[in-house]
Design a protein around this ligand. Structure first.
Ligand code: ADP
Ligand code: CDP
Length: 261
């Protein structure tokens, strides 16, 4: 691990944000990146179930870019708190726990993984028990600052021509100067229906209810329902998966073409 607390393997496919890394390390300059020579940053935000993770990953693959799922990091921290028996509603305890939170996340769209310490939590962080507490963790400002520093460092260290970064506040807080910024939306019905197809153990009504409640809680922290100035909206309600990936790639190509004249 480097002094910045973030190390990338030779392919740039893996980045580790370790415990005890100094806040602010490696942060800042990498976020917008195109002009500074780092990877081109494609920032994508949107509500739960809008297709951010799956569409961003497929778009990254199509573009030959890396991929960073920031929500997975909030989920990994939530998983770690549950494992350590720390109450996610106690902000002070959550902040204290950051010092022992050692996570690694893959940035290769073909080899996506999330680890906490040596434990692969790629699947475990999707469990409903993690989803149920993640908004509590995400509302703590110190957590957001700590993770945002890691996100910027991971992007800056990525050995790709570009990185697709998706979450809730990427277009507005993490990388407001990114050359490509997209809000990926879909109707609440479409989002709930897509999510309930993944979670066969839960009823469609329960999935829809949990999704609405999480969006409501998350919306109090950052606005990901409305496009900020300069952010392009892609509404996938009437699009199938492939059409949505194409629409995102079209925005990337158009924005980059406009920038290079
Ligand atoms: N345009 C689309 N049409 C149909 N299904 C989609 C579309 N976009 C995403 N999906 C599916 O919806 C589900 C939720 O997508 P996901 O990427 O997990 O959303 P998010 O990361 O925004 O929560 C996944 O099963 C995904 O394959
Ligand atoms: N940039 C981000 C990304 C996620 N999050 C939080 O992390 C949670 C999980 O994000 P996610 O992207 O995995 O959620 P899904 O939309 O995939 O279900 C969200 O509900 C937010 O509470 C955030 O606050 N900011």
């Amino acid at each position: 691990m480097s002094g910045a607390g973030v190390g990338a393997d030779s392919a740039g496919a893996e980045a580790s944000a370790g415990a005890g890394a100094g806040a602010g390390a490696g942060a800042g300059a990498g976020a917008g990146a195109a002009a500074s020579g780092g990877p081109v940053l494609v920032a994508i935000d949107g509500p739960a179930g809008s297709g951010k993770s799956s569409v961003s990953r497929a778009a990254a693959r199509a573009l030959g870019y890396g991929y960073l799922d920031t929500g997975a990091s909030y989920r990994a921290l939530s998983w770690d708190l549950l494992e350590r028996g720390i109450d996610a509603s106690e902000a002070a305890a959550v902040i204290e726990a950051l010092a022992g939170f050692d996570f690694t996340i893959g940035t290769d769209p073909d080899d996506y993984f999330v680890r906490v310490g040596a434990v692969d939590v790629t699947e475990a962080i999707r469990e409903p028990r993690v989803t149920a507490v993640v908004s509590l963790v995400a509302r703590v400002p110190e957590v957001r600052v700590w993770l945002n520093d890691r996100f910027r460092a991971i992007v800056a260290a990525a050995a790709y021509p570009g990185v697709v970064v998706e979450g809730r506040d990427i277009t507005t807080v993490v990388a407001p100067d990114a050359p490509v910024r997209i809000l990926l939306t879909a109707s609440e019905e479409a989002r709930a229906s897509r999510r309930s197809k993944e979670l066969t153990s839960e009823s469609a009504a329960a999935v829809g209810d949990a999704l609405r409640k999480r969006d409501a809680a998350d919306s109090k922290v950052v606005d990901f329902m409305n496009a900020a100035p300069g952010v392009e909206t892609v509404d996938s309600t009437e699009l199938d998966f492939g059409q949505t990936v194409d629409a995102v790639c079209d925005v990337v190509h158009a924005r980059l073409a406009a920038l290079t004249g």
